[in-house]
Design a protein. Structure first.
Length: 263
C-alpha cells in the first residue's frame, strides 16, 4: 500500500519537504542571530547614552573615525560658536516628519581646533527650499557644550547623495573632512548632536535620542520558522495517512463492485 510513495508526485513532494526543513531551521537561526545583534546594539546605545560626559578630545581627534563603540557617547567641550561659517544640512526631518534643515555650526575650542556641532532642526520657512532658513543664534562668548558623539555621514552609510552645486552655505552631509577643507581649519573627526545648552526658543529643535530597535520581532520570527520546520514532517505524515486511507477506501469499493452477487 506504500508503493505510491515511489510515484513521481510523492517523490517530488518528499524532496521539497526535506529541503524545507533545514532551510526553515537556518532561517530561524539567522533571525536569532539578528535578535542577539540588535539586543547587543540596544545595550551598547543605552550604555553610551547614559555615560557621563568626557572631554571631546579624549574621544576623537582630527581625522579620527568614530567607531560603533564611541557613537552616542556623551562628550563636552569648551569654546565659542563661529556663526559666520555656519551651514545648514538639507532635507532633514524632525519627529513630526516635517522637512527642514539641520544647523551645523563650527565650535572653536580653546586650543584652536574645531568641533562640528549639530545644533538641531529648523523648518524650511523660506519661500523656496533653496533659500537659507532663519536660524536662531547660539549663546555668544565662551561656553561649555555637551552632546552625543556621532560619526561622519557618508553616502554609503546614509544613502544620501552628496549633491554638488548647492546654494551658498548649504550641504547634504555632515562630514568633518569636507568641513575641514571648507573651513581651512583643523577639525575633529565626527561631530556632536547638541544636548546642552538647550535653545532659548522653539528652534533649533534638539535632535532626539535614538530609539531601540525592536529585537523582539526577530525572536518571534525565529520561533515561527522553527515551528514551521516542525510542522513540515507532521504535515507530510498527515498527507501520507490521508492518501493511504483514500487508497484503502478506493480498493474496498472496487472489491465490493467486483464481488459476485449472492444467489
Amino acid at each position: 500500500m506504500y508503493r505510491f510513495l515511489l510515484s513521481r508526485q510523492w517523490v517530488i513532494l518528499t524532496l521539497v519537504a526535506l529541503l524545507l526543513i533545514p532551510t526553515m531551521i537556518r532561517l530561524g537561526i539567522w533571525q536569532m542571530h539578528r535578535y542577539e545583534e540588535r539586543t547587543a546594539r540596544n545595550q551598547l546605545v543605552s550604555d553610551a547614552l547614559s555615560s557621563a560626559p568626557v572631554p571631546v578630545e579624549r574621544m576623537t581627534s582630527p581625522g579620527h573615525v568614530v567607531t560603533r563603540d564611541e557613537r552616542y557617547r556623551n562628550v563636552s567641550a569648551t569654546g565659542r560658536f563661529d556663526t559666520s561659517r555656519e551651514v545648514v544640512v538639507r532635507r532633514r526631518v524632525n519627529a513630526d516628519e516635517a522637512v527642514g534643515f539641520h544647523v551645523l555650526t563650527p565650535f572653536v575650542l580653546t586650543d584652536g581646533k574645531v568641533l562640528l556641532v549639530n545644533r538641531g532642526w529648523v523648518p524650511a520657512d523660506a519661500p523656496t527650499q533653496t533659500a537659507f532658513p532663519k536660524v536662531p543664534a547660539p549663546p555668544a562668548g565662551r561656553i561649555t557644550v555637551t552632546g552625543r558623539l556621532m560619526p561622519d555621514e557618508t553616502t554609503a552609510a546614509s544613502g544620501i547623495k552628496d549633491l554638488k552645486g548647492l546654494p551658498d552655505r548649504q550641504v547634504m552631509l555632515i562630514n568633518s573632512e569636507q568641513e575641514a577643507r571648507r573651513l581651512g581649519a583643523v577639525v575633529l573627526g565626527g561631530y556632536i548632536a547638541l544636548t546642552s545648552p538647550a535653545p532659548r526658543g522653539d528652534t533649533p529643535q534638539l535632535i532626539g535620542r535614538p530609539g531601540d530597535e525592536d529585537a523582539a520581532l526577530n525572536y518571534a520570527y525565529a520561533i515561527q520558522w522553527w515551528l514551521f520546520s516542525a510542522a513540515v514532517p507532521v504535515g507530510w505524515v498527515v498527507l501520507v495517512r490521508r492518501e493511504l486511507r483514500d487508497r484503502r477506501e478506493s480498493a474496498q469499493e472496487q472489491a465490493e463492485r467486483t464481488e459476485p452477487a449472492a444467489v
